[in-house]
Design a protein around this ligand. Structure first.
Ligand code: KPL
Length: 321
């Protein structure tokens, strides 16, 4: 009996979450990063088709590792892709798909891991027949950059939920993907209703990310700030209306409690939005409070706090890269 070859996984988008996934999954399965061009940092270029990813496992207790990962441009990928993780920023998803469209097979599984909401809906509209899944995670992940090196850091242990978005995805099991992530050391659970998990995470991001960006502080410090204290109740109410209208009823007190809990649990973490601002990148505010604002406006629900936070963050962030 011939054994079938293990599946090869592909990751498109080497940000903090892409690095976190790569550093874990490369230990259990063959993996290829899809890049537009060879790594430019001398320390990262490990020669023909390989890249050095400098990885700091959780809490800094374990030593840094230099992981040698395979990478490829789209043109050089000769065989059909079974499973593709898209870990770009939410506003880069469409261009990421254009980049890989030619190598998507009929039964390629696409797993989206973006902050906020909106990009998932747009991809489902763009590729309605494809097997599209989404995952959301509370793992803490950062990138620390110096002139000639990038360090990917595992900043906090969290939980990942993964489940199908399109009908085509609902017809094919993704328990193997969930198992790969668990075997790789990420605590992952199948979510039959992944939209609910995405809405829950959206509410948490809406209540933490803009405050950290505006106050330029780690997550835990927002709780004592006047800006947060004056807005959190009304913001939670807006989010409760929006989430409930979307079919995921939540009380505003419950949303506020969760926001406070996550801010405390990830107190030392620099939110992804503040990381973007500090690195001079465009933020994901339009997929976070901007999404909640537009959604609420569309359905005649209250939205003034989400609108105000979106506009304030837009004012201090960079235009698109
Ligand atoms: O997901 C996050 C983010 O930074 O985007 C939180 C939950 C706020 C943790 O930092």
């Amino acid at each position: 009996m011939t054994e079938s070859a293990p599946p090869r996984l592909y990751i498109l988008g080497l940000g903090a979450i892409g690095g976190l996934l790569a550093a874990h999954l490369c230990k259990v399965l063959p993996l290829t990063l899809i890049l537009r061009k060879p790594p430019t940092l001398a320390d990262e270029n490990a020669g023909e088709g390989t890249l050095n990813l400098c990885w700091q496992p959780l809490n800094g207790k374990r030593p840094r590792e230099m992981l040698e990962l395979k990478w490829s441009t789209v043109d050089a990928i000769a065989h059909p892709i079974d499973t593709l993780f898209i870990t770009t920023k939410s506003y880069q998803v469409e261009s990421a798909i254009e980049q890989v469209r030619a190598i998507l097979a009929e039964d390629t599984r696409i797993v989206m891991m973006q902050n906020g909401l909106g990009s998932q809906h747009r991809l489902m509209e763009q590729l309605p027949k494809k097997q599209i899944y989404a995952a959301t995670t509370t793992e803490g992940a950062n990138i620390r950059e110096t002139a000639n090196r990038r360090l990917w850091l595992h900043a906090g242990k969290g939980k990942t939920h993964l489940g199908p978005l399109t009908n085509a995805a609902k017809q094919r099991s993704c328990t193997d993907i969930v198992s790969w992530l668990n075997n790789a050391g990420l605590d992952c659970e199948f979510a039959g209703n992944i939209m609910q998990a995405l809405w829950n995470k959206l509410c948490i991001n809406c209540g933490i990310n803009p405050f950290t960006a505006l106050l330029n502080c780690p997550n835990g410090r927002i709780i004592e700030a006047e800006l947060f204290r004056s807005k959190i109740a009304a913001l939670s109410e807006e989010l409760a209306f929006a989430s409930s209208h979307a079919g995921f009823p939540q009380q505003s007190a419950q949303i506020e409690r969760q926001i406070r809990q996550v801010a405390e649990k990830t107190a030392e973490n620099i939110s992804s939005m503040l990381q973007d601002i500090r690195a001079g990148r465009k933020t994901e505010i339009d997929a976070i409070n901007g999404f909640a604002w537009r959604y609420a406006e569309q359905y005649g629900l209250p939205y003034t706090v989400n609108k105000d936070l979106t506009e304030k963050v837009r004012r201090i962030s960079q235009p698109a890269i």
